[in-house]
Write a protein that binds this ligand. Structure first.
Ligand SMILES: [Zn+2]
Length: 324
């Protein structure tokens, strides 16, 4: 049976006055990886293709350069599509779908996983949770319970432990790469390419050469930037930027904060390194529009929920409601 919330969502996005009261600026949607294959939960190529078809039918999809162009009240609501992290499926699944619809997008790429066998820390933990076959893992003389009943809680605790290792985030990656089971040992290659691997430099360059697409920076290692000291913030932002500029052959001036995590030090560093703008999720400081562009995350398959987020996401956040 559909819940009250489902009914509100279903009616809410069809409400005819929505385009009049909804924000005049484009709504930015935040996607991450979109694997080719259908799995138990989450997005897949077919679901994503339906999303793009739905968005095209009801809204106007625009390039990120239009982020500050207000529409007239009677015009269709505008939408900017953004994709974070730089998973390989962005080049192999997302880009072909977007091309087939002629839809623009911006891809924010973390560079660490561009090398084969390297994974972003949270992708590694998701893979471990999903595919590890075994009852336990020993890590630093402690036993991690990986039985089905305890696995979720164990991975959550491991996540905390890893994120507390010094120096951050290098200590965390050293532990993953040297002390925990290698992802290749418990995940089939086809699966790791579809779900966990990053884009190569050639794939990033290929996206950049398409006039529909923009490539932005998303640090090297996808750390929580507010957990980093000043030098580490500068290194994460600068090295990620330079890697992308080398891959594409031109300046990179758009940034997205990993996990939407930033503070004034992070914004300052982005400006210092020549970024023109940065995308957040929920604006935290609300004093720098150019460097705190709000976005709404898309995780569910439903197109009704998607329509609701586009029309009401910005409004709900402004009045302090959680958008998800
Ligand atoms: Zn990210």
């Amino acid at each position: 049976m559909a819940s009250m919330r489902d009914h509100i969502v279903r009616l809410g996005w069809r409400f005819p006055g929505a385009r009049v009261v909804s924000s005049r600026l484009p709504a930015a949607l935040l996607y991450h990886g979109v694997p080719a294959l259908e799995r138990e939960t989450g997005l897949s190529r077919d679901v994503f293709d339906r999303h793009v078809g739905f968005l095209k039918e009801h809204f106007e999809l625009v390039a990120p350069e239009a982020a500050d162009d207000p529409r007239r009240a009677s015009d269709r609501i505008r939408v900017i599509l953004t994709f974070d992290d730089g998973f390989r499926n962005n080049a192999e699944v997302v880009a072909p779908v977007l091309r087939s619809h002629g839809v623009p997008a911006v891809f924010f790429v973390s560079t660490r996983h561009s090398a084969p066998g390297k994974y972003l820390w949270f992708a590694y933990l998701s893979a471990l949770r999903r595919s590890f076959r075994g009852e336990s893992i020993t890590f630093r003389a402690e036993t991690i319970d990986m039985t089905p009943e305890r696995r979720g809680a164990s991975i959550a605790r491991l996540r905390e432990t890893l994120n507390a290792l010094e120096p951050y985030p290098e200590g965390m990656y050293r532990a993953i790469e040297e002390e925990l089971p290698a992802l290749e040992e418990f995940t089939a290659e086809r699966e790791s390419l579809d779900l966990w691997a990053g884009m190569s430099a050639d794939q990033v360059a290929g996206l950049d050469q398409d006039e529909l697409f923009t490539v932005g920076a998303h640090t090297v290692d996808h750390p929580f930037l507010t957990k980093c000291d000043r030098d580490e913030i500068a290194k994460q932002i600068g090295e990620g930027k330079r890697w992308i500029e080398e891959a594409t052959g031109h300046a990179c001036d758009t940034f997205a904060y990993p996990a939407g995590d930033y503070d004034t030090r992070v914004i300052e560093e982005c400006r210092r390194q020549g970024f023109r703008t940065a995308f957040a999720v929920a604006p935290r400081l609300r004093r720098d529009d150019l460097f705190e562009r709000p976005r709404v995350g898309v995780y569910a398959r439903s197109v009704e929920a998607l329509g609701f987020k586009v029309q009401w996401g910005t409004f709900m956040r402004r009045v302090g409601l959680k958008v998800g």
